[in-house]
Design a protein around this ligand. Structure first.
Ligand SMILES: Cc1ncc(COP(=O)(O)O)c(C=O)c1O
Length: 319
C-alpha cells in the first residue's frame, strides 16, 4: 500500500474522515504505549509512541490538526486548509499528508524564498499535492495578522490554521492524548507553542489528575511560555517547564545531542533532533540525579514521543 521515498512513505488510498478521527481514539492510543525497557531505558518509564500513529501522518501534529479538521467540517465556506511554517516544518508536513489522505486541498505559506532543490519536507508536501506559496520575511511576519489571514482565507476559500497548529482548536484536538495519561506520576513532553501540553492539561484538570505535567521547552524564549502558562494552565494542574534543555536555541544540534540520538538509534528508538531528543536529554538528566541521590521511589513516568522524525533529514549527520 505504501512505497518508501527518502525514508518517508507515500500516503496510500484516500481515508474517510471518520477513519482519520479514529487515529486519535483511546484504544489506538493505548496500543501506542511501550515500556522504555524495550530499548534499554528505565523500568519506570513508558513511551507514548505518537510517532507511530500513522505512517505519514504522525506525532502530536495529528492531534492538533484533528481539532482544526473539526472546524473545517463545521465551516460553511472553507474548501481548503491553509497554514504557515518553515521549510522543515513538521506541522506543514503533517498538514500536507492530511490533505493527501483526505482529498482536502492544502495551501502552505512557507517562510523564505524558494530554494531549489526544495527541502525533503517540502518535496514531500509538493508530491502530496499541497500548493506551496513562499513568503519573504516581511510578508511572513504578518502571519498572526487577522487581516492578512482573512485575505488569504478569502483568496483560497480556506480555513487558516495558525503556525504550529497553535490555538484552541489545536488544544481541543490534543485533549484526546489525556485519555492515556492517568495513573502516571509525571507526564513528560516537548513543548514549542505549548498547545499540546495545554490540551492535555485541560482534560487532566477535570479528571483530578494528581501527577505533574513536565514540559521540556525546545525554544529559548526568555521564559515567555512559562509566564503565559501562569495564567493559561488550569489552576489544579501541577506543572513544570524545563527551560534549559534547548541546547542553545530552537533546532540547535550539538555533538552531544547527536551522540544521544545515535545511542538511542542503536537501541531501536528514533528521536528527532529538535524536540524529542532534547526531551530525552532532560529526562535522562533528571533520572541520573535521582539515582545519584538514591531516591527511594522513582516516579512512574510517561514520555510523549511527539514524532517529528521527518525533520531528521534536515540534519546531515542524521539524514
Ligand atoms: C515533534 C514535535 N514535538 C513537539 C512539538 C511541540 O508541540 P507544541 O507546539 O504543541 O508545544 C512539536 C511542534 O511544535 C513537534 O513538531
Amino acid at each position: 500500500m505504501t512505497a518508501e521515498t527518502d525514508g518517508v512513505s507515500e500516503p496510500g488510498r484516500l481515508m474517510a474522515l471518520s477513519s482519520v478521527y479514529e487515529l486519535a481514539s483511546a484504544e489506538r492510543l493505548r496500543a501506542l504505549i511501550e515500556p522504555a525497557s524495550l530499548y534499554g531505558g528505565p523500568q519506570n518509564l513508558d513511551l507514548l509512541r505518537l510517532d507511530k500513529v500513522h505512517a505519514e501522518l504522525s506525532g502530536n501534529k495529528v492531534f492538533k490538526l484533528l481539532g482544526f479538521l473539526k472546524e473545517f467540517e463545521a465551516s460553511a465556506d472553507a474548501r481548503a486548509l491553509l497554514s504557515f511554517g518553515g521549510p522543515y516544518s513538521n506541522h506543514l508536513h503533517a498538514l500536507a499528508a492530511l490533505g493527501c489522505l483526505t482529498g482536502i486541498p492544502v495551501i502552505l505559506v512557507v517562510r523564505g524564498y524558494e530554494h531549489l532543490p526544495l527541502t525533503p519536507t517540502l518535496q514531500d508536501c509538493r508530491r502530496w499535492g499541497a500548493e506551496i506559496v513562499f513568503a519573504d520575511k516581511k510578508t511572513y511576519a504578518q502571519r498572526y495578522d487577522p487581516d492578512w489571514q482573512g485575505r488569504l482565507a478569502c483568496q483560497y476559500q480556506a480555513l487558516t490554521i495558525p503556525e504550529g497548529g497553535q490555538g484552541i482548536a489545536g488544544e481541543r484536538g490534543c485533549a484526546a492524548i489525556a485519555s492515556v495519561c492517568s495513573g502516571y506520576d509525571q507526564i513528560w513532553l516537548a513543548t514549542g507553542t505549548g498547545t499540546t501540553a495545554l490540551g492535555i492539561a485541560r482534560v487532566l484538570s477535570e479528571q483530578a489528575f494528581t501527577g505533574e505535567l513536565v514540559g521540556v521547552h525546545a525554544l529559548a524564549d526568555q521564559g515567555a511560555l512559562a509566564r503565559s502558562w501562569q495564567t493559561a494552565m488550569p489552576e489544579t494542574i501541577r506543572w513544570r517547564l524545563i527551560d534549559d534543555a534547548h541546547g542553545g536555541g530552537f533546532a540547535r544540534v550539538s555533538a552531544d545531542l547527536l551522540a544521544l540520538i545515535a545511542g538511542w538509534d542503536q537501541r531501536g528508538l528514533a528521536l528527532d533532533p529538535v524536540y524529542t531528543a532534547k526531551l530525552m536529554w532532560a529526562l535522562q538528566r533528571e533520572t541520573a540525579e535521582e539515582e545519584a541521590e538514591e531516591t527511594a521511589m522513582q516516579p512512574r513516568r510517561l514520555m510523549v514521543h511527539s514524532g517529528g522524525l521527518q525533520g531528521r533529514r534536515g540534519v546531515k549527520a542524521l539524514a
